[in-house]
Design a protein around this ligand. Structure first.
Ligand code: ADP
Ligand code: MG
Length: 628
């Protein structure tokens, strides 16, 4: 028997392991199963290369709880280790640099919770164990060995009589880690980290109902058989060539990934690249609503089919983090902090590759089946619009397929839209004016008026649309977006002035004085206009600029204009050509004039939803008085 000291440059690595890697004890199981999987796959390769001549069979990994003895076993049928190999790989761990390394990274380490990538994977077993044993028999014709270590740097190593090839790790769980003797806890962990690992993992057994033999009595009780309970899918969809997958396969895999999501995804993008970096994955576009904060299920990051994290910040472009799915890449450095990650060249390439792939896919969907793409537009537009705002390369690509829906359910690309409206919606200064509404319900009367003029009205209702509009306007000269309720229809697209005012300047200023007694001037800016006599006498509009700035401020980004909280500001437009205005001016007593003005202004406020509470109650009883 060999006795010795694990070759560590510090006196005792174990307190270090426990202290600095404390945050995420549970990953010990992931690490040990990863080692078991590596050992199994290594043997497979050696066999293929003819370097090992063994009966590979159909190896699996087994996780076993021995509750009575307080032990957890992880057993594999992989290549095993000879005595020399245990000495080399286990005893002389990459420990020499460990203390230094942990010292250097301790701030970043604490929340990363990642240790396997420091070559400390096996030793994570000591986070939960007071003693760890290895029983291992190499595929080479050499005696099996038994290694044991009680958490101090001292270990024992001796030959033993293990017969079958492979390695068994036995953890004697310490008193703080008894949770890992619970079946449910282990199940949760296997489901989280190992659900898609490439080697079958057995955890206990289950009863399987056998099909009834042919011609059997219908009432016969089907027989059951005890079979291995395999917890993982060894061939998840992302590892299969896209050509071999049908749409149903992708949908089935989505359900496997997110069992709690009942709604099927709209479509998916299969990522597959091996140069200059290695990455596979599937990104799903779920049906997204307009609430950007409500997207819960996240993209999962794997490395060689082992789950690492569902925080893909920095790796996936931010606008795509609303998607779902998996990304698997061994090339993402994870043993570093997030801020470093974002600056890392390889990671940047990965991020822009993903962005490009998504743009290409959307473009080909648009080209191949425009109608179906249009049908999906409202469910995916948030992602695309967000992408256009935050990623200029994506913006350029998206110009080809980004759609602008109208209130009549038509969809234009930006180019088509401009062509279509140019003859009708160019104002007297040669500026192209694009009209839009944010709600068909709320802006109904404005929409009707614009339609009557033959204008095309877009329906832009996503939460970040004000930012996007701003961006589009700045990308092109002589272009402006105007919301349908931001002014009277005749003012939205100013053509040559033709209407002559029926009121003299004196009458106008007279009326203005009367009006200002009725309204609060820091909320309403009065605007007297000579419009068609059939246009309403009073009209409340919200100026495009003010409203847009306010919206942008609410969805972030307003700060860049250095503004405080923007007040609500409205225009009160008076149509000086309307009969009622003339009538008010001709009315005898001022009290009566004021009553008429108040009623008129309140009607305008009512149509904008601005009349509420006590004022609304007052308005209604006054109106009853009038019709009595
Ligand atoms: P890493 O997996 O990053 O190499 P670990 O500390 O997890 O680091 O493991 C160290 C080494 O011990 C492995 O590289 C492997 O050579 C050996 N090893 C660990 N577990 C097993 C196992 N179950 N079967 C065979 N070899 C193993
Ligand atoms: Mg390992």
């Amino acid at each position: 028997m060999t006795k010795g000291k694990i070759n560590v440059s510090v006196d005792n690595i174990f307190p270090l392991i426990k202290k600095f890697l404390y945050s995420d004890h549970e990953i010990f199981l992931r690490e040990l199963i990863s080692n078991a999987s590596d050992a199994t796959l290594k043997l497979k390769h050696l066999n293929k290369l003819g370097e090992a001549k063994v009966d590979y069979g159909s190896p699996k990994i087994e996780v076993k709880i021995d509750k009575k003895a307080g032990k957890l076993h992880i057993i594999d049928q992989g290549l095993g280790m000879t005595k020399e190999e245990v000495e080399k790989y286990i005893n002389e761990v990459a420990f020499s640099g460990a203390e230094e390394f942990i010292d250097q990274y301790k701030d970043k380490l604490e929340d990363s919770g990642i240790i396997g990538h420091f070559g400390l994977g096996f030793y994570s077993a000591f986070m939960v164990s007071e003693k760890v044993e290895i029983l291992t028999k190499s595929y080479k014709d050499e005696p099996a060995v038994h290694w044991s270590c009680d958490g101090s740097p001292e270990f024992t190593l001796e030959t033993c009589d293990k017969k079958d090839r492979g390695t068994e790790i036995i953890l004697h769980l310490d008193k703080d880690s008894k949770e890992f003797l619970e079946e449910a806890r282990i199940n949760t962990l296997l489901n989280k980290y190992n659900k898609f690992m490439p080697v079958p993992i057995k955890f206990g057994t289950k009863e399987e109902t056998l099909p009834l033999p042919e011609g059997a009595d219908k009432d016969a009780k089907p027989e059951t058989k005890t079979v291995d309970n395999i917890v993982n899918n060894t061939n998840p969809a992302w590892t299969i060539p896209p050509a071999d997958l049908k749409d149903e396969d992708y949908k089935a895999f989505y359900r496997e990934l997110y069992p709690m999501q009942f709604e099927a995804p709209l479509f998916q993008i299969h990522l597959n690249v091996d140069y200059p970096f290695n990455l596979t994955g599937i990104l799903y576009f779920p049906k997204l609503n307009n609430d950007l904060n409500l997207q819960k299920d996240r993209i999962q990051l794997y490395q060689n089919q082992v789950f690492v994290t569902d925080n893909v910040e920095g790796i996936v472009p931010e606008f795509l983090t609303m998607l779902r799915g998996v990304i698997d890449s061994p090339d993402i450095p994870l043993n570093v902090s997030r801020s470093y990650l974002q600056a890392d060249g390889a990671v940047k390439k990965i991020s822009s590759y993903i962005s490009r792939k998504v743009a290409d896919k959307l473009n080909s969907m648009f080209k191949d089946d425009r109608e179906s793409f249009e049908n999906k537009w409202n469910d995916v537009k948030v992602v695309i619009e967000y992408g256009m705002l935050s990623d200029h390369k994506f913006f350029e690509k998206a110009e080809k397929f980004a759609l602008y829906p109208t209130v009549d359910g038509k969809y234009y690309t930006f180019e088509e839209l401009q062509e279509k409206v140019k003859p009708h919606q160019t104002d007297k200064d040669d500026k192209l004016v694009l009209l839009y509404a944010s709600s068909i319900e709320e802006q109904h009367s404005y929409i009707e008026q614009a339609k009557a003029k033959g204008y095309e009205i877009l329906l832009l209702d996503s939460p970040i649309v004000s930012h996007l509009i701003q961006k589009l306007e700045s990308s092109q000269e002589k272009l402006s977006f105007v919301r349908i309720d931001s002014d009277h229809i005749d003012n939205l697209i100013k053509k040559e002035d033709t209407t002559i005012s029926k009121l003299s300047d004196d009458e106008k200023s007279n009326f203005e004085t009367l009006l200002k007694k009725q309204i609060s001037e820091d909320k309403y800016a009065v605007q007297l206009e000579a419009m068609d006599s059939d246009a309403p006498p009073f009209l409340i509009t919200q100026p495009e600029f003010m409203r847009r700035m306010k919206e942008m401020q609410q969805t972030g980004g307003g700060g860049m204009f250095g503004m405080g909280n923007m007040p609500e500001m409205y225009n009160l437009v008076v149509n000086t050509n309307h009969e009622l205005i003339g009538k008010i001016l001709g009315t005898k007593t001022e009290a009566k004039q004021q009553r008429l003005i108040k009623q008129g202004v309140d009607l305008a406020r009512l149509s904008q939803g601005l009349l509420k509470g006590e004022e609304l109650t007052g308005f209604i009883s006054r109106s009853y008085e009038l019709i009595k």
